[in-house]
Design a protein around this ligand. Structure first.
Ligand code: VGL
Ligand code: ZN
Length: 188
């Protein structure tokens, strides 16, 4: 495992959607997801120790959400509120003070970004956050959208690519290019 990021109090580590349904054995499993957990735990501990904010987002759909295939959406049923699949991975070591953000909770709309409809940008500014460090699932869906929104909201953004995994590994090069173009720093 490589050396952790250097965190400062003005940083927020944002762990995106590290939930059972996106891990091996889950309803919408991303290859390599479970293997990310120890490295992400090390980042969480480094961030916490440095006084940086730790934020964990979760995909948190109502039953019969518009994104589910039986409703004409693109995805199998996943991350239904209060089901085991929607829980954070059991080995993810979230400190008690972790800021938890639920997204995509409306029946009729999907939200890939942790900033979409959550008020997260204003909250981070209130807490003095200037830089957002992003990792988690899925690199080509919610991590991508979250990193782009963080830039749009005026934060410095750094992606921890090795601590993210994609639904479609063939998309990773395009995702990286898009993020770099938007001014996201990418740590391999
Ligand atoms: C996600 C597909 C559907 C994600 C959420 O967290 O990347 N992907 N809903
Ligand atoms: Zn979803």
């Amino acid at each position: 495992m490589s050396v952790n990021e250097h965190y400062e109090p003005r940083d927020a580590l944002l762990v995106v959607d590290l939930q059972n349904d996106f891990c091996e054995g889950g309803a919408l499993a991303v290859n390599g997801a479970t293997a990310l957990v120890p490295g992400i735990n090390a980042e969480i501990e480094a961030a916490r120790a440095a006084g940086a904010l730790v934020v964990a987002s979760r995909d948190w759909h109502p039953v019969d959400h518009a994104s589910f295939d039986h409703r004409g959406g693109p995805w199998p049923v996943h991350c239904v509120q209060d089901t085991p699949g929607a829980a954070f991975h059991p080995d993810l070591a979230l400190p008690a003070e972790t800021v938890r953000v639920s997204k995509a909770t409306a029946f009729d709309a999907d939200a890939y970004s942790a900033f979409d409809g959550t008020g997260l940008a204003g909250y981070l500014r209130e807490r003095g956050v200037e830089r957002v460090i992003v990792c988690g699932l899925a690199l080509d869906v919610c991590v991508r959208a979250t990193a782009l929104d963080a830039r749009r909201e005026g934060f410095e953004v750094r992606l921890l690519e090795a601590l993210s995994a994609a639904v479609d590994p063939a998309a990773v090069d395009d995702v990286r290019d898009t993020l770099l173009e938007a001014g996201v720093e990418v740590r391999p």
